[in-house]
Design a protein around this ligand. Structure first.
Ligand code: DGL
Length: 265
């Protein structure tokens, strides 16, 4: 039996999560919904985001008979998970910054959170640090420019290294930091470049943990993961705005899953 899974992000960042999901459960049919009309999310007002995320996800769930929702966006998850869980009847899994993992791993008790300006200031993050921060000092670096840089890199393969260095300057200034949390799903797309600039840092993202969580939830729902792996693959791409260069877009997205085309919701 197919388990239609909705993966949601503002742009291509959620593909960093989808890649991990596809490794763990290759046969899971996934609908990737990208709200490119409102990209980037990290500079949008909270009330606009909540209403929009709920509306889009409810609509996608109805139209595609979705069984499981993955909010592959920290900016959305740290804000809208309660509203989504109230509006949807299916399980909702949210990607949030891996503060607990980083704090546990830190030897120096100095860690950094790299996320969108919206995410770093959310009360949800204060709570995560309070409960799971293990007394670590947390340097918060918020950047929407890096989201844009990662998105452009994903499509065009060219990375703006001087801007990357500039954004990550706080990491150069505090050499005691030993863990860097990639608290935006766009950032694993440029993790190799960050690791080259800061080889002393351990980069921590949420991809593997989310893939494990999905396996757990699917099993709880009574699905046999082996059976799912034998299902025919049916992946769909949904955007909220027109795409200028459709061919380039499709060929970039096909690096992740065998998409045939995309629909605009
Ligand atoms: N990829 C998203 C995140 O994890 C959102 C980036 C944005 O649109 O600002 O936060």
């Amino acid at each position: 039996m197919a388990v239609n899974t909705l993966i949601f992000d503002s742009g291509v960042g959620g593909f960093s999560i989808l890649q991990q999901i596809r490794q763990a459960v290759p046969g899971l049919p996934t609908y990737y919904l990208m709200d490119n009309a409102l990209f980037p999310y990290g500079i949008q007002p909270d009330n606009v985001l909540i209403e929009r995320i709920v509306k889009l996800c409810v609509r996608a769930c109805q139209e595609h008979d979705i069984d499981l929702v993955v909010i592959a966006c920290n900016t959305a998850s740290t804000l809208a998970l309660p509203a989504l869980r109230e509006a949807l009847e299916v399980p909702v899994i949210g990607v949030v910054p891996a503060i607990k993992t980083a704090a546990k791993q830190s030897q120096t008790k100095q860690i950094a959170l790299l996320a969108t300006p919206a995410t770093i200031n959310r009360p949800y993050i204060d709570q995560l640090i309070k409960h799971y921060g293990e007394g670590c000092q947390v340097t918060r670096i918020g950047s929407s420019k890096l989201v844009k840089i990662a998105e452009d890199f994903w499509f065009q393969g060219k990375l703006d290294i001087p801007s990357l260095k500039d954004i990550l300057q706080p990491l150069a200034e505090n050499t005691k930091i030993d863990q860097l949390i990639l608290g935006c799903t766009h950032f694993p797309l440029v993790s190799k470049h960050i690791a080259t600039l800061f080889p002393q840092l351990t980069l921590v993202d949420s991809g593997e943990a989310i893939a494990r969580r999905i396996c757990f939830v699917l099993t709880e729902l009574g699905h046999d993961l082996e059976d799912l792996q034998q299902d025919n693959q049916a992946h769909q791409l949904i955007t909220t705005a027109k795409i200028a260069d459709k061919d380039a877009f499709m060929s970039a997205c096909r690096r992740i899953a065998p998409y045939q085309s995309f629909n605009i919701i």
